[in-house]
Design a protein around this ligand. Structure first.
Ligand code: COA
Length: 336
């Protein structure tokens, strides 16, 4: 028994904002941004777009690719840190309604930029138990929570959504995951505005995303390397034998450093950050969809998905695309 990905979809807003446009209002430059991040431009949601609306577009495309009707879906899972509402209703409920998934449950997952990795694994477990398809989405409208006057953060992020349909499968192949966390790094990426009390006992007001970039950078390189190595060890695969690595597109320099440390050619890593920026939970499913539709991702390829984010969270999945787990199904077996 197992689960496989039977369709992918993605949605990027039509509006793009280049480094030069940002540099017109901020003390930065295209040269600085590109040389420190690998980013050239990013998509920014239009006034009528939201995390839920972009999720629905990506989800619709994934269902079409899988050849499923909305009523076939058993669960809608949305990974996001930028939900339409602060707490509830969940973005997944809005997507369930927008798509007409009338037989589905729906819930959100908050694991920041590692959210899609977490959501995919949660969906796999549910699909194997229920034998009903799940629609898994990673989506963000980060442009609405960054401080556009903070050159250390606003240059990094973009908006978008990516989706994958996970279906039950009788034919097992490789699909192993590891989901990890290190809450001691919580202060590295924070967005206030929850119920956490300030000195006066009242909840702290909502604030833009705040980040200690250098700390995140150092953590990220180690996390991506550790996850990839531990997944390869669990699967009995040398990293050099992987066909493609879909690492979270946070910063091209981070991915280059991981490639160097692992002695892998950069060409093994799928890269689209130059045109998307960091779309957080959307980055891996958007990359998967682009690779699948562009022909870079073919059946039978052994791939790793790996991500990290606020929390801190990190994790990954190794699979023979398009999956169908039949091996180890317990994360503890693959986590170091
Ligand atoms: N343009 C020009 N200069 C900038 C700048 C910008 N956009 N952003 C920062 N700087 C400046 C700083 O002010 C600092 O100047 P100073 O030396 O005069 O004080 C200098 O560049 C170095 O700052 P630092 O923060 O150390 O830069 P960095 O090399 O670490 O690059 C990041 C900054 C944000 C690009 C990098 O740390 C990073 O990508 N971190 C990971 C972030 C991440 O992945 N977050 C998402 C997690 S999912």
């Amino acid at each position: 028994m197992g689960a496989r990905i039977t369709g992918t979809g993605s949605w990027l807003p039509a509006r793009t904002v280049s480094n030069d446009e940002i540099a017109a209002t901020l003390d930065t430059s295209d040269e600085w941004i590109f040389s420190h991040t690998g980013i050239k431009t990013r998509h920014i949601a239009g006034p009528d777009e939201s995390t839920a609306s972009m999720s629905a577009e990506a989800g619709r495309a994934a269902l079409a690719a899988a050849g499923l009707k909305p009523e076939d879906v058993g669960m809608v899972v949305v990974a996001t840190s930028t939900p339409d509402y602060a707490t509830f209703p969940s973005t997944a409920c809005m997507v369930q309604n927008a798509l007409g998934c009338r037989n589905a449950g729906a819930f959100d997952i908050q694991a920041a930029c590692a959210g899609f990795i977490y959501a995919l694994e949660a969906a796999r477990g549910l699909v194997e138990l229920s034998r009903r398809p799940a629609l898994v989405i990673g989506a963000e409208t980060l442009s609405r929570i960054v401080d556009w006057k903070d050159r250390g953060t606003c240059i990094l992020f973009g908006d978008g959504a990516g989706a994958a349909v996970v279906e039950y499968s009788e034919s097992p192949s490789l699909w192993l995951s590891t989901l990890r966390a290190d809450g001691s790094g919580a202060p590295y990426i924070v967005r206030e505005g929850g119920t956490r009390p300030g000195p006066d006992g009242k909840p702290l007001p909502a604030a833009p995303l705040a980040m200690k970039g250098r700390n995140v950078y150092n953590f990220a390189i180690k996390a991506l390397e550790d996850v990839t190595r531990s997944l390869c060890a669990a699967a009995g695969t040398a990293p050099a034998e992987l066909d493609c690595i879909f690492a979270h597109q946070a910063n091209g320099r981070i991915i280059e450093a991981v490639a160097r440390r692992m002695d892998l050619p950069l060409g093994k890593f799928y890269l689209n950050i130059a045109s998307t920026g960091n779309t957080s939970a959307a980055s891996i499913p958007v990359a998967l969809d682009q690779a699948a539709r562009g022909g870079a991702l073919r059946d039978g390829m052994r791939i790793v998905l790996c991500g990290f984010g606020a929390g801190l969270t990190f994790g990954g999945t190794i699979m023979d695309w398009p999956g169908a787990s039949g091996g180890v199904r317990d994360n503890r077996d693959t986590a170091k």
